[in-house]
Write a protein that binds this ligand. Sequence first.
Ligand SMILES: [Zn+2]
Length: 316
Amino acid sequence: MNFIKKTLFIILVLLVAGAGFYACTKPKFQRVAYSLPASDKKLSIKQIFSKTPAIVDFKVLKTGEVLVPRSGMLNEKRLPANHSIPKRLWVSVYAYLFKHQTKGWFMIDSGLDSSFQQKGNIKGWLAKKYIKQTKQAHQQNVKALLASEKTKLAKKGEQLTIQGIFFTHLHGDHTAGLPELPPSIPLFAGKGDKFHYYPFLYTSNHMDKVSRIQELDFNQGISLENFEKVLDIFGDQSLLAIATPGHSKGHLSYLLHTAQGNVLLTGDASHTRYGFEKGIEPGWTDNREQAQKSLQQLREFAKNHPKVKVIYGHEQ
Ligand SMILES: [Zn+2]
């Protein structure tokens, strides 16, 4: 009896200590609502695409590569028997940079910081389950790539100040650039999207300097063609956030009407071109049914608008 009591006591102490440790270490950023500007409630893609683009520049920054399991990128149960996709894949990690003619420069996702020249900044016993290895050339980290863009723009007498970063979602490979970016940059993500942080198991320094995230609430969204919920971020239809939940709860894809053409960023609603073309949702999902539905909506949109350039979460 005495032994049982002692054991229970030790378990209780460990639980309290664990909870205390978790409370002390977990990221403490605030979540506040993004106030959406007024917008036309009856949008049509035809109208949007015929407008003069307010996004005057768009660039894809490839900030490195990560080796990931096939089972995360694709639902293996739905792979055809004759596929030839290796068990592990090297995939790209992007940050996207764009310029709105009146609001300035913004990013979508943060790419990777320079720690990915070594092992990256995602730690813990489970980290290797997701990212097996990393690859990044010298000066390929997001800060260096932005600095090089800045130099190019300076020659044209233009400045580069990032006004905000819109996330597709808050998974580690999309927030990993934050530690080397100015903490004053406003951040935006889908409402309720989870930032994963579990002491010893899966940790990172991504949110260490972050004080708040502005959440995009799809209750204010409108339907657009086959998309159920779309938010007109700037109120001028230049940047649409599309609710594509499933891979994560608040996952967003983005449609940009730019001077270089229309671009659909699927985010991790489809990590790969293969998954998009074959209609196979990611292996890693919060909600498989939603992930399949979101992918179908994006595929249907792409099929109806073949001129729109589709960029997948980790492949161009
Ligand atoms: Zn990802």
